[in-house]
Design a binder for this molecule. Structure first.
Ligand SMILES: Nc1ncnc2c1ncn2[C@@H]1O[C@H](COP(=O)(O)OP(=O)(O)OP(=O)(O)O)[C@@H](O)[C@H]1O
Length: 270
């Protein structure tokens, strides 16, 4: 079976700094991955490589069976759905929500003269409904709240029926209710066998939806741990990843983390 993602010894260097340092990572069909790590760990850089937007300085990267450097990346990009802050900044604020989603069928931002079929329109509606924002379909994108925009961005990422979907910090900036609502909707997606392979980047274990199957933990561009979430997401690995003693809890399908007992005592004693 062709791997959804095959990275071997990937390095991304800028000046003397290694943004990604020897990253090896394989994803198979049906897997849903969380990428976890502190600020500056290289998570967004890694997603840019996976989206075909950034070429490694060295190493091997194949996405959906297409090797970077040997393939037409514009075609590859239509097979990969992406929701990220950088892409969100490029979406026209004066466009209606329905069109923000529809234009993803052509990998475009902003409508031009392209034509859409009834099937395209139906798919956009199904996705807007699944994300709970169908009632906003005729509103201009710029008038939406941050939480509403995040949901529209995810509907947009799913629009081209991608084989791989990439979500870069989808819950960033949401209030508690908005985060919980989004996590629930992402759980529905992750648990749906018809959904594509997924990669979701986050800083917070609380944002991990049920149904995610694997985790990759990054620190300073290096993989600290990677594998099935139930064995890999542990207090010890979290502690190595974030560089501070952390205690992981799992309850009712959700994770939470806080300072480990000895770290709390250390803080309390000044
Ligand atoms: N063009 C560049 N030149 C030099 N350093 C860069 C460049 N782009 C990114 N970096 C650095 O690379 C590191 C990784 O950045 P990246 O955005 O991938 O991290 P991240 O894990 O997504 O961080 P965050 O969680 O804060 O969004 C950071 O220290 C960043 O400052």
């Amino acid at each position: 079976m062709t791997l959804v993602l095959d990275l071997a010894e990937v390095v991304v260097r800028r000046g003397t700094k290694r943004l990604l340092d020897d990253v090896t990572w394989e994803i198979r069909e049906g897997e849903r991955w969380i990428v976890l790590g502190p600020n500056g760990a290289g998570k967004t850089t890694l997603l840019q490589v996976v989206a075909g937007q950034l070429y490694p300085t060295s190493g091997w990267a194949a996405i959906l069976g297409e090797a970077l450097g040997e393939t037409d990346v514009s075609e590859l990009r239509t097979r990969v759905g992406l929701a990220s802050a950088a892409l969100a900044d490029r979406l026209p604020r004066n466009e209606i929500v329905r069109d923000v989603v529809l234009t993803a069928s052509y990998g475009m931002v902003g409508r031009w003269r392209e034509k859409y079929t009834d099937l395209d329109r139906q798919r956009a509606e199904i996705l807007l409904r699944a994300l709970g924002v169908l009632d906003l379909a005729e509103r201009t994108y710029g008038t939406l709240s941050e939480g509403e925009r995040k949901r529209v961005q995810i509907a947009r990422a799913m629009m081209p029926d991608p084989e791989l979907v990439l979500l870069d910090e989808p819950a960033a900036g949401l209030d508690l209710g908005g985060r919980e609502d989004l996590v629930r909707r992402l759980s529905n997606l992750a648990l749906d066998e018809g959904s594509p392979a997924m990669i979701m980047v986050t800083h917070h274990v609380e944002e991990i939806p049920a149904g995610m199957t694997h985790v990759l933990m990054l620190r300073e561009g290096k993989v600290v741990a990677a594998g099935p979430i139930e064995h890999t997401l542990t207090s010890a690995n979290l502690t190595s990843c974030f560089g501070i003693g952390l205690e992981l809890r799992y309850d009712g399908g959700r994770y939470s983390a806080r300072l480990a007992g000895r770290e709390r005592l250390h803080l309390a004693s000044g």
